[in-house]
Ligand binder design. Structure first.
Ligand SMILES: Cc1cc2nc3c(=O)[nH]c(=O)nc-3n(C[C@H](O)[C@H](O)[C@H](O)COP(=O)(O)O)c2cc1C
Length: 368
């Protein structure tokens, strides 16, 4: 299913072909997944409440936790335990681990398997200095022998599928992902997710689909999951067509448009692409996300919820002044009253650009 050329993206027969494959779902190791569109991990965001509310909208094949420090998890640190909190409705789920000591990562994976977690993902793509400074993250992708030893050790330690998430390499001169993916397949990795940028790129420039394609071509049979800059149904389909990847992981696009997975499913089912959630559905989503967060964190949810608002504002038609108020609210009552006002004034918003997008370059986000 390798294609090139923009015009193929609009070819309906290609969409039909994708839809046929779609009904077959995808196998990752021993796991059968019903959709090839996955939620990529976004530390600080892709926690239980967000995963649940997104899953309720439909179309997610697999979600992964924020990255979890293997040693801190084994030490029972509260924050790490919170990151792996889950719920029967939060399935299928992988836990993403990072660390530089293979015994520790393997022990953490075993610990998770013993507690019923169905998949382990190993982070090799996080270029944040505090992660690669400890030998984990993107630095692992440059030390292929060490990376394979670590993953091989984890694969031996558990029965559940072990997957790896990586970038294309450290920089343009060191595109290690294709060879690394092939080597990781040889030690039993069940699938590879590749974000089509180098570590040096941060979040700049555009995703290199050729690079992702070279990873697809380098492995023998394991699925490759393409990742990066998928914001629309067309982006998702282009990712599949132009790279030949087996599945697509979507991160920021899911915060900008929580319905993106549902939209992809609709498109693949041959339904109209101009569908939009109603005002009730949009407000229902906002309230439900907050309620799930409150269920987990109690009143602390008021503070934790605020950071989502800059991503949601434009998509949910929240007038700018009410978006500002949602970034400061302090109680459930205040949240309710703001939601009521959003309902009454929905659609007054002037800008359809998410506030978060404007701010990304200055935050820690650019370092992932
Ligand atoms: C705020 C933020 C947090 C992230 N956290 C993680 C993480 O915990 N683990 C990981 O492998 N990648 C992480 N990433 C990278 C994303 O999973 C993804 O590879 C990247 O954002 C590109 O995909 P997208 O354009 O669909 O967001 C993070 C990215 C962002 C913006």
């Amino acid at each position: 299913m390798l294609m090139s050329g923009q015009q193929l993206m609009s070819d309906e027969s290609v969409l039909v072909e994708l839809a046929v494959e779609e009904t077959r779902g995808i196998q990752i190791g021993s796991r059968s997944l019903t959709s090839r569109y996955f939620l990529a991990p976004l530390a600080g965001y892709t926690q239980l409440a967000f995963r649940r509310v997104l899953r309720e909208l439909g179309g997610i094949g697999l979600a992964t936790t924020d990255l979890v420090h293997a040693r801190l998890l084994l030490e029972g640190k509260r924050q790490s335990l919170q990151l792996i909190e889950t719920h029967p409705a939060d399935q299928p789920l992988s836990v993403q681990l990072f660390g530089n000591d293979s015994e520790t990562v393997a022990a953490a994976a075993r610990w998770l398997e013993d507690r019923g977690y169905g998949g382990i993902d190993i982070n090799m793509g996080c270029p944040m200095s505090k992660v690669h400074g400890q030998g984990g993250g993107a630095k692992l992708a440059c030390q292929t022998t060490a990376a394979c030893d670590l993953v091989g050790r984890v694969v031996e330690a558990v029965h559940v599928p072990v997957t790896v998430k990586m970038r294309l390499g450290w920089d343009r001169e060191h595109i290690t992902a294709p060879q690394l993916a092939a080597d990781l397949e040889a030690v039993g990795t069940a699938a590879i997710t590749v974000h089509g940028r180098t570590r040096q790129q941060g979040f700049g420039g555009t995703v290199n689909r050729e690079g992702i394609r070279s990873v697809v071509e380098a492995v023998k049979s394991i699925p490759v999951i393409g990742n990066g800059d998928v914001r629309t149904v067309e982006d998702a389909i282009a990712m599949r067509q132009l790279t030949g990847c087996d599945a697509v992981a979507i991160g920021r696009g899911a915060m900008l448009d929580p319905w993106i997975f549902a939209r992809i499913q609709r498109a693949l089912d041959g339904q109209t692409s101009d569908w939009e959630p109603t005002v009730n559905e949009q407000l229902g989503f906002l309230r439900r996300h907050f309620a799930l967060m409150h269920e987990q964190h109690g009143d602390r949810a008021c503070v934790l919820f605020r950071k989502f608002v800059a991503w949601y504002g434009a998509r949910l038609g929240i007038p700018e002044d009410l978006e500002t108020r949602l970034r400061l609210f302090e109680s459930c009552g205040e949240f309710d009253s703001i939601c009521t006002q959003i309902e009454q004034r929905h659609g007054e918003r002037k800008s359809d650009i998410a506030t978060a997008l404007v701010r990304v370059p200055n935050g820690p986000v650019e370092l992932w």
